[in-house]
Structure formats: C-alpha cells, structure tokens
Design a protein around this ligand. Structure first.
Ligand code: ACO
Length: 317
C-alpha cells in the first residue's frame, strides 16, 4: 500500500476568543481552577455567520494554497467531525461542492471524536492507494460550542471550536504507519437524533476518561515506536490530542520522554476534539518549527472510546 507524507496544513478558526475569566461570568468557575486542572486559558467559539462548514472551508482553502496544488489534483476528501452542520450532505460533500473538487473522488465524514484525524488519515491512505491522483485532503473540524451545555461548568470550560486541514501526498519512501483501536463505551456521550435515548449535551465521566486517556496515549506511543524501531532521537515532534495538559504531562513522566518534543496548544484553543491534532501541526508549521523530513507521532484518544497513533513524515511544501 502507498505511504503518505504530509506536505501542508491550513487553519480555520472562529474569531471570538473566550477567556477563562469570560467563562467565570456565566458559570461558577475561575481561571485558577480551569488552568491548574487542564492547562486551558482560552478557547474560540463560533459567532454568527461561523459554523463547522465555514471553518472547514477556510482551513481547506488555506491548506490547498500552502501546498501549491489545484483542487483537481485531490484524490479524496475525508473529514473527521462529530459536529457537522448536516447529517447529510456530509461536510466532505459540502467541500467537494464549494472547492470544485472532482466528482470522481470519494468524499466521506468520519466520526471517531477526538481520534478522528488519525482515523481520517488512515481512511485517506486507503482511498489514495486506489486513486490515480496524488493528493488527499484530510480535515479535523468541530463546533463543540453547539453541543456543550453552557450551564454545566464541568464540561463547558474544556472545549473550543476550530478546524484544520492537511494535504497528504503519496510517497514510496516516506516513513508512515498507523494503527487504530476502539472499545465501545458510554463514558463520553453526545446525543444526536435519538435524544430520547441519550441526553443531548456532551457529557463525560471526567475521572474515568482521564485514566483511559493516559493509558491509551502511553500504549499508542510505545507501540508506534516499537513497531517502527524508533528511539527518541528519531522522533522530532509528538502531537497528541490536546484534551488536557495534565494527561500529556502524566504520559511524558511515565515514558521518561523528552518534554520539549511534545507540542501543547490547549492554553489558547482548549479541547477542539478532532481538530486539535491538525491545528497543532498547523501551528508548528506557522511557527517554522517543523522542517522537511521531520518525523511526527500523532496520538489521538477520545469518545467511542477510540484511540489511534500515526507515524508521519513531513514533506515540506
Ligand atoms: N470550576 C470549578 N469547579 C469545578 C468545575 C469548574 N469548571 N468543574 C467541576 N468543578 C468541581 C466539581 O463540582 C467538584 O466539586 P466537589 O468536589 O465539590 O464535588 C470538583 O470541582 C472536582 O471535580 P472533578 O471532576 O473531580 O475534577 P478533576 O480534578 O477530575 O478534573 C477534568 C476534571 C478536568 C474534567 C478531568 O477529569 C479531565 O481532564 N478528564 C479528562 C477529560 C478528557 O480528556 N476528555 C477528552 C475526551 S473528550 C472527547 O472525546 C469529546
């Protein structure tokens, strides 16, 4: 099967910044409580005229421009989201229409919550393997402010909205590996159509999810490194799902891993679920901290419960 290399990312963020102090005006909380438990200081929330789709479109346009390709070169579009504007058409189909992508390519949404970007990358690899085209457009996009109960202080302070897109290119030589896992559970739920079955707002068992997240991250990193015979010298960046700084710190400690290789951005974006990994890569790119040939470990865990890890190579523009 063909390997992939990541050649460019693009972001689509809402304009409105909501600080912990802003949250404390509406629920009984404080900057001190939120920051010490999560590492979060602020998040973005969509305002009027912004939505899952508008963030996705902006991110995709930015990624396509950064990659220096044309939409007709794209061989598939896969969107990771559990907060799409419509159940149908999918976000991927909306992007096919608005970006003028070929009609002869697959367009699909993937719902694996916070692990979504790893699942979407793996799905895109399979599609590209069957395609004459060279590039895949893969997104992680969430409008979590739409599904969070803004009166529930235990959840509303944790999440933010955002989207990011990645352009992958087929590569024979780039290091690539991924694996995925799932264990059905109702530790994290968010009601959809069947509101009589599951209460609508996003709900999670915070303590259980914390335990699961540390274990899943540890296993994803050690498995990926063992399978690919990597040492920490070989890894340039570890980009984990940005749920909580304490989860990442606990894992770094358990692994005795070099802290500086773990990127964190939840301080200004909060937990953006499927968008958090591609947003982090886009920020690394924008800051000039990532160069051609760099090896990245992408580590996701979240609702489902799901988890997954990917070893990817950054190809430069
Ligand atoms: N402000 C102030 N107090 C609060 C807040 C708040 N925002 N939220 C809860 N509290 C209170 C609680 O009511 C509780 O009070 P009590 O002791 O009087 O009952 C106290 O703070 C402690 O609450 P805990 O839930 O025990 O706090 P904990 O230290 O476990 O931290 C947290 C909660 C941050 C949610 C943590 O459990 C966590 O990070 N879990 C993992 C979340 C995660 O990773 N999610 C990712 C997946 S999400 C997805 O896939 C969509």
């Amino acid at each position: 099967m063909t390997n992939l290399k990541l050649i460019a990312c693009g972001m689509g963020l809402p304009k409105k910044v909501v600080t912990n102090e802003d949250m404390a005006k509406t629920v009984d909380t404080s900057d001190e409580w939120i920051y010490t438990r999560t590492g979060i200081r602020a998040r973005r929330f969509c305002d009027e005229g912004e939505s899952n789709f508008t963030m996705a479109l902006e991110a995709a346009k930015n990624a396509i421009a950064a990659a220096g390709i044309t939409p007709d070169e794209i061989g598939c579009v896969v969107c990771a989201t559990f907060t799409p504007d419509y159940l149908t058409p999918s976000l991927a189909c909306l992007l096919q229409l608005h970006l003028g992508l070929s009609e002869d390519i697959p367009a699909l949404d993937v719902n694996s919550a916070c692990t979504g970007f790893i699942y979407a990358t793996t799905v895109a690899r399979g599609f590209l393997d069957q395609s004459d085209r060279e590039y895949a457009l893969v997104l992680g996009v969430e409008q979590l402010s739409r599904v969070v109960d803004m009166t529930d202080r235990a959840t509303c302070v944790l999440f933010g909205d955002g989207g990011a897109a990645a352009i992958y290119k087929k590569s024979e030589s780039a290091a690539f590996d991924s694996f995925l896992g799932a264990k059905g559970s109702t530790e994290i739920t968010c009601g959809g159509i069947s509101r009589e079955i599951v209460p609508s707002p996003l709900w999670m068992n915070g303590k259980e999810v914390f335990r699961f997240a540390v274990g899943a991250m540890y296993r994803c990193i050690t498995d990926l490194m063992e399978r690919n015979q990597l040492t920490w010298e070989d890894v340039d960046h570890v980009v984990c799902h940005q749920a909580n700084a304490r989860i990442i710190d606990r894992c770094i400690h358990k692994l005795k891993a070099p802290e500086e290789k773990f990127y964190k951005n939840m301080d200004h974006l909060g937990n953006t679920s499927a968008a958090s990994i591609p947003l982090a890569i886009a920020e690394l790119e924008e800051a000039g901290r990532i160069k051609a040939g760099d090896k990245l470990l992408l580590i996701g865990f979240g609702g489902g419960l799901t988890w997954g890890g990917a070893l990817i190579t950054y190809g430069g523009k």
